[in-house]
Design a protein around this ligand. Structure first.
Ligand code: GRG
Length: 305
């Protein structure tokens, strides 16, 4: 490994460890009444996952020199929303899956009612994290942050994407329709992660925010294209979730619509577009540090799980 790769791997490990501690402290203990609900919440969140969204918060925070103590709470918020979405998505009424992060899913390990409630409580815990601490210099910016996460998670964001997914079962989706579904279902929270990290640091101009937003959109879409590629190329043990489900359920994916080779080209194009948008920030001499976000975009495209 070259020095830059070693440096990125060490940074990633340090942030993953840090966010584990933050999440551990954020969630009520296993004994806190009602114990079964808190056990299910902790089971869903702790000790699992790549923590891609918290990593994006920290990488965007590094771009703007944000205080890591602020980033902790923004990072916890996006991971709590993500964990809630996985718990609900795995339930019988939705994807009906039994394996997540290498463990039985929450409704299998506990029960359906507990999984429903745990997901609900994780969602509100996210907004608790985002609103209980000072995260931005200007309180109006912090209100914008809360609003950003609400929109990204709700019916015009992640839930909306999940809705399109549910209501398109058995229908053929065109490429633009598939893209819209993913921009909402997966992309909205990834985009919010980047912007929340940026709000924790020095204020950006509107033009800079829009460049960062564009990079975040490209990263979000690239994440999903790679997810589709992995669903067809990797096995369940490597993914920690059931592999091959898209093809088994006859679901439209980038791979089914474009073919494997073109899907890989698409991921590379989105990665390059994200880099180009981040390059507009210049380097550290211009007061910004876009390197981490670029490295993270590369990791998201190159990942094998
Ligand atoms: C149920 C409200 C609601 C929304 C569900 C995001 C989502 C919407 C469902 C997740 C289902 C899924 C497998 C989507 C594909 C992309 C994705 C979000 C994969 C899982 O994210 P990773 O790879 O997972 O970041 P880890 O476990 O590493 O955190």
């Amino acid at each position: 490994m070259i020095a830059a790769e070693l440096d990125f791997a060490a940074w990633m490990q340090a942030v993953q460890l840090r966010i584990e501690g933050v999440l551990e402290r954020t969630l009520p203990t296993d004994e806190h009444i009602p114990a079964r609900l808190h056990q299910a919440m902790r089971y869903a969140v702790l000790d699992g996952g790549k923590r891609v969204r918290p990593l994006l918060v920290f990488a965007a925070g590094e771009l703007v020199g944000a205080d890591p103590a602020r980033l902790d709470h923004a990072a916890a918020a996006v991971e709590l929303i993500h964990a809630y979405s996985l718990v609900h998505d795995d339930m019988p009424a939705m994807d009906n899956d039994v394996l997540r992060r290498g463990k039985p899913t929450v409704h299998v390990h506990f029960d359906e009612a507990t999984a429903l409630l745990a997901g609900d409580a994780l969602q509100t815990a996210a907004f608790d994290s985002l609103s209980a601490h000072v995260l931005a210099d200007d309180p109006r910016d912090q209100i914008k942050m809360v609003n950003l996460l609400a929109k990204a998670s709700g019916s015009v964001g992640m839930c909306g994407g999940q809705g399109i997914d549910l209501y398109s079962v058995g229908k053929a989706l065109s490429l633009p329709e598939l893209e819209l579904m993913h921009i909402l279902k997966t992309g909205a929270l990834i985009r919010a992660s980047v912007l929340l990290g940026a709000y924790c640091g020095q204020a950006l101009t509107e033009a800079q925010m829009s460049k960062l937003d564009h990079a975040a959109k490209c990263i979000g879409l690239a994440f999903q294209v790679v997810d589709d590629i992995l669903d067809c190329e990797a096995d369940s043990a490597t993914l920690g979730k059931t592999a091959g489900k898209d093809a088994a359920n006859d679901k439209p994916t980038y791979v089914s619509l474009l073919g494997l080779a073109t899907a890989k080209e698409k991921a590379a194009e989105l990665q390059a577009e994200a880099h180009a948008a981040l390059d507009t920030f210049g380097d550290a001499s211009a007061g910004f540090k876009p390197t981490r976000l670029k490295q993270l975009a590369d990791f998201i495209v190159a990942r094998r799980s």
